[in-house]
Design a protein around this ligand. Structure first.
Ligand code: NDP
Length: 332
């Protein structure tokens, strides 16, 4: 029996369970020469999937209606007629939200559960870790002694960005949505300060207080009013790394925002968006660095693991409610 989750509707505003459809097929999956049969172990749910659920043109094609949704998946090889993969291997790749599926092996990477827990290949040692490291290094060009502000700081990307900032000798301030998350940023991840944007009465003033020397680097995961407040506090030659804008992903209309140009001109500041795959040639070097920091105990991580295939869509929806700490992952 194979279960699959299809995109039933393009979400209007915040996604809901009625946008997804579950199907179950009684099917024996037979593999041909060169193919392998995979059993899903962990599924990554990520904010960027919201963009793929809409019809708007972007850097990756939209999901098709009534077709399986795909995301980062860790799967176990349970049958193989492909010489590169053996039964019992674990792989990571962009795969369908299915309990079992056939693959020809293209785009799959073998992952070693004895070196690090399998789930970490979707988080700190996967796409989100690479995003944190490469975005900060390539665009932020951090220098010891500078001040880094990170929004979405308690999430998968943000929690890694802040820790790398500390490893590199920066003062790090995190912005997140609950006091519990702020405590975690300071106590578990070593951030210097944190701001709860849900209780702050004046984000602009709170950022100024937390960053008395101004902001040299802003790693932006959320966009919207939080990022507007950071702009008022940037220093000359500040670098703003635009990684994501989760606060506006569910907007039905174009968000109202302040005009960034005067801030950029006045401060000779840089604002640059990026997609992690821009730096694909640097993935091996970045993975090596992240693995070393992890092995040396300089980098740590947290995961919110949700149990069960049927809970994948809800786990995805919960990202927009901030229900995760660190990487949101579904265990099958
Ligand atoms: P997270 O683990 O950070 O999960 C999302 C978090 O966003 C929630 O936990 C919540 O935390 C916060 N959030 C939700 N709604 C809002 C809101 N309205 N305002 C402020 N914060 C909100 O996700 P990821 O680490 O996977 O992704 C972080 C960002 O990075 C996303 O924007 C994503 O699209 C982007 N990204 C970009 C990549 C690239 O290549 N450019 C690659 C990977 C991710 P809280 O409780 O603090 O509100």
């Amino acid at each position: 029996m194979i279960k699959t989750i299809l995109l039933k509707n393009r979400p209007e505003g915040t996604p809901s369970m009625s946008d997804f459809e579950f199907i179950t097929e009684e099917s024996d999956l037979n593999i041909k020469e060169g193919e392998l049969l995979l059993e899903t172990t962990y599924v990554s749910v990520d904010p960027y999937l919201r963009g793929r659920m809409s019809a708007a043109k972007s850097y990756v094609p939209s999901f098709e209606l009534n077709k399986p949704i795909q995301s980062g998946v860790i799967a176990k090889v349970i049958a193989s007629k492909n010489k590169n993969f053996a039964v019992g291997d674990f792989v990571s790749g962009m795969l369908a939200w299915k309990t079992k599926q056939v693959s020809n092996g293209d785009g799959l990477l073998k992952v070693d559960g004895s070196k690090a827990p399998l789930s970490t290949y979707l988080g700190v040692l996967g796409m989100t870790g690479l995003t944190a490291y490469l975005g900060l290094e390539q665009i932020g060009k951090p220098k010891a002694g500078e001040t880094l502000v990170v929004s979405g700081a308690a999430g998968a990307v943000g929690s890694v960005v802040g820790q790398i900032g500390k490893i590199l000798g920066l003062t790090v301030i995190g912005i997140a949505g609950t006091d519990e998350k702020i405590e975690m940023l300071k106590n578990k991840f070593g951030f210097d300060a944190g701001i709860n944007y849900n209780t702050s009465k004046d984000m602009k003033a709170d950022i100024a207080k937390a960053a008395p020397n101004g902001v040299d680097i802003y790693f932006d995961n959320v966009g919207g009013p939080i990022s507007d407040a950071v702009l008022f506090n940037i220093n000359r030659f500040a670098r703003m790394i635009i990684c994501g804008a989760i606060s506006v992903y569910n907007n039905k209309e174009l968000p109202k925002s302040i005009s960034v140009q005067p801030f950029l001109v006045k401060n000779s500041a840089l604002m640059q968006g990026f997609i992690v795959s821009n730096y694909a040639d640097k993935f091996p070097e970045a993975m090596k660095q992240l693995s070393t920091w992890l092995a040396d105990g300089k980098l740590t991580y947290t995961e919110t693991i949700v149990d069960g295939f049927d809970n994948i869509p809800q786990a995805f929806i919960d990202l927009f409610e901030g229900k995760n700490k660190g990487k949101m992952i579904v265990k099958i």
